[in-house]
Design a protein around this ligand. Structure first.
Ligand SMILES: O=C[C@H](O)[C@H](O)COP(=O)(O)O
Ligand SMILES: C=C(OP(=O)(O)O)C(=O)O
Length: 337
């Protein structure tokens, strides 16, 4: 019995290590697939999330040669002012503050996705929660509301996986580039969690910028090009991610499909600055307002429904394939750093 669980543990660890490596390779351009981070805006209940991830696994296999599909598994929500703060902090939105239960449920779901063969990406919002999930993640995100926060940059600096830095809520991409640069360096910071009260981080060269729009969208090619240029100028190898939701969809989930089509056209034409797409997607489209949760429907930002998600992944996959064909014919536009 012990032997079996050791074997399972080794297999799981091996899968997560490989997935982390694959994410880093795509972001740095050593793997020409497109990283697709896809899933609900927030995980509200583990039943609908499990059904969603089982569906996503099929898409991951279907497009495995062109897309590196990773589960968006966001358990904590940063709120503009107030609101439900996610499964990890407030399971079932019961207001009981049973964070121990929330963490157990979040970890159980992460174990489930990884055992299925679907790597996961979560937002690193509270530092203790991020550290408590780190072993099960293949990629992380720092959100628009915390991208200028020093503790978050320090956290990213010790993460054993790539961290996606969102532009700030105003739409300023330089904030994301600055965060990636800060996280590349080693830091010493006060910590109650580690050793003698000092956390020493080693520096993480695999952080990159994700454009999520602000007051207006910034998913256009010129924005990716500029951000990539800024990353390269700072000595960062990472290419750019585009979040189809938030400011890029003007918070209308129906516009995410449009953003995906726009990026797909650019990839088809050979654009190489973009390495990643983030999609907010669930079984059913739109959102419901708590306390009226409906199975498979977002309780935070509106999501694309399943049919639109499948269509968007198909379009991105076809374009990533065409980009590959073009790349094989033409030399690199910009040398890798
Ligand atoms: O992605 C989720 C939301 O955009 C984020 O948590 C902010 O939400 P709010 O403005 O509704 O608080
Ligand atoms: C909160 C999120 O995004 P942002 O930080 O870009 O607002 C999110 O993706 O859940």
């Amino acid at each position: 019995m012990h032997h079996v669980s050791h074997m399972m543990h080794d297999r799981l660890n091996g899968f997560i290590m490989r997935s982390r490596h694959e994410v880093r390779s795509v972001l740095c351009g050593n793997d020409d697939r497109l990283l697709a981070i896809v899933g609900p805006c927030s995980v509200y209940d583990t039943a609908s999330a499990s059904e969603y991830y089982a569906r996503l696994l099929v898409q991951r296999h279907l497009h495995g040669s062109t897309l590196l599909t990773v589960a968006r598994a966001f358990f904590e929500k940063p709120r503009t002012i107030l609101g439900w703060k996610g499964l990890l902090v407030d399971p079932g939105a019961a207001g009981t503050g049973d964070i121990a239960l929330g963490l157990r449920m979040s970890r159980k779901l992460l174990l489930y996705t990884n055992r299925l063969g679907l790597p996961a990406c979560a937002e690193c919002l509270s530092i203790p929660a991020a550290l408590s999930m780190a072993d099960l993640l293949s990629c992380g995100a720092i959100g628009a509301r915390t991208v200028e926060s020093q503790p978050h940059r320090e956290l990213a600096s010790c993460a054993p996986y790539a961290i996606l830095m969102k532009n700030d809520t105003a739409g300023n991409a330089a904030a994301a580039v600055r965060a990636a640069v800060a996280a590349r360096h080693a830091h010493a910071s006060p910590s109650l969690l580690w050793g003698a009260g000092i956390a020493r981080t080693v520096g993480n060269p695999y952080c990159t910028a994700v454009l999520r729009g602000g007051a207006s969208p910034n998913y256009g090619a010129a924005h990716s090009d500029r951000t990539r240029t800024e990353l390269s100028a700072a000595g960062m190898a990472g290419r750019v991610g585009i979040d189809a939701s938030h400011g890029n969809s003007l918070r209308d989930h129906r516009r995410q499909a449009f953003v995906c089509s726009h990026v797909a056209l650019r990839l088809r034409d050979g654009e190489r600055d973009t390495a990643c797409m983030v999609l907010e997607s669930h079984i059913h489209d739109g959102a419901t307002m708590l306390p009226h949760a409906a199975y498979g429907t977002s309780v935070t930002d509106g999501c694309m429904g399943w049919a639109e998600t499948v269509a968007a992944l198909r379009a991105l996959s076809t374009s990533a394939n065409l980009r590959r064909a073009r790349t094989e014919k033409s030399p690199m536009r910009r040398p890798r750093t």
